[in-house]
Design a protein around this ligand. Structure first.
Ligand SMILES: [Zn+2]
Length: 271
C-alpha cells in the first residue's frame, strides 16, 4: 500500500512536470474508483493551469487556478508522468493531459484510489478536515503524544498507526520508529515516559524523512512517479527481518501480530 513517503515521492516526481502546465483534458476511462468520479470533473478542470502539487496525509493535492484535485492512491494506485501517446494498460483509470504533451496517468488495479475536486479551501474538504497532525507538522511533538497517550491503554504501535491521532505512519514505519526509539511495540501507550515520547517523535520523523529521501520503499510492486523503484528496504532494522540478527546487538528479531498486522522488534534493544 502506498504510504506517506511513497505519496510524497510521487508528489516530488510529478511536481516539475505538472506545475505551470495547463490541463488540456481530463480523460476518465473508469469512473468507478473507491467513490465514483464526478461526471462534471473533466469540464471543471480543462483549460486550467496547475499552480502547485501539494500533499496532505496520503492525498495528493493538485492545485489549479480555480480549485484543487484531491487524489488518493488507495491500496495499489500509482500516478506516473508519461508521454501522452504511451499506450494505455489495463487498470489505467484516468489521464490528466498536459499542454507539454505529457500525461499524468493513474493506474490502480484494486480501485481503492479516489479522485475529487473542490473549489473551496481543500483543508475544509470532508476528506481532509478531520485529519490528525502530519508527522512533519510542528503540532506533532512530544507534548502532543503525551496528551494523547496519557489515558490510553492501547499498544503504542497501534496508537501510532491510528490515523485519527497521527497521519501517515504505516506498519513498516511504526515498526522501525519503535526500534529507533527503543520501545517495545506492545507497551501500553500511557506507560511511555516523556523522554521516550520525545525519542519516538524524532524517530517517526527521521524514518519517514529517510524513506522519502530514498524514494519510497521497494516493497512489493511499488514504483515511484518516474518509474524507479526505491532502495529503502536495505535500511530496515526490524521490518520483515524475523529470525534475522539485530543489526545493533545480534539478537534474533522477533515477530508477533497486533491488530492483524505484523510487528517486529528486538527483545534486547527495545524495552
Ligand atoms: Zn538489538
Amino acid at each position: 500500500m502506498p504510504e506517506l513517503p511513497e505519496v510524497e515521492t510521487t508528489r516530488r516526481g510529478i511536481e516539475p512536470h505538472a506545475v505551470g502546465r495547463r490541463i488540456v483534458a481530463l480523460n476518465i476511462h473508469e469512473p468507478r474508483l473507491r467513490w465514483p468520479v464526478q461526471d462534471d470533473l473533466p469540464a471543471r478542470v480543462a483549460g486550467h493551469r496547475i499552480l502547485h502539487a501539494k500533499r496532505r496525509a496520503k492525498y495528493l493535492l493538485i492545485e489549479l487556478e480555480t480549485g484543487t484535485l484531491l487524489l488518493h492512491l488507495g491500496m495499489s494506485g500509482s500516478l506516473r508522468v508519461l508521454p501522452a501517446s504511451t499506450p494505455r494498460l489495463t487498470h489505467d483509470h484516468f489521464d490528466l493531459l498536459l499542454d507539454s504533451g505529457n500525461t499524468l496517468r493513474f493506474n490502480d488495479p484494486r480501485r481503492f484510489g479516489s479522485l475529487h475536486y473542490t473549489d473551496q479551501d481543500p483543508s475544509d474538504h470532508p476528506l481532509l478536515a478531520k485529519l490528525a497532525p502530519e508527522p512533519f507538522d510542528d503540532a506533532f511533538n512530544a507534548d502532543y503524544l503525551w496528551k494523547i497517550t496519557r489515558r490510553r491503554k492501547v499498544a503504542i504501535k497501534q496508537l501510532l498507526m491510528n490515523s485519527r491521532l497521527v497521519v501517515g505512519v504505516g506498519n513498516i514505519y511504526a515498526n522501525e520508529a519503535l526500534f529507533r526509539a527503543k520501545v517495545r511495540p506492545r507497551r501500553q501507550a500511557r506507560s511511555l515516559t516523556r523522554s521516550e515520547l520525545t525519542k519516538l517523535t524524532r524517530a517517526v520523523r527521521s524514518i519517514l524523512a529517510m524513506a522519502i529521501k530514498v524514494g519510497g520503499t521497494t516493497l512489493r510492486d511499488y514504483v515511484g512517479a518516474d518509474g524507479n523503484p526505491g532502495y529503502f528496504k536495505q535500511k530496515l532494522y526490524v521490518y520483515e527481518r524475523a529470525g534475522e540478527r539485530c543489526r545493533i546487538c545480534r539478537t534474533p528479531i522477533r515477530q508477533l501480530t497486533q491488530g492483524q498486522r505484523s510487528t517486529y522488534y528486538c527483545p534486547t534493544c527495545q524495552k
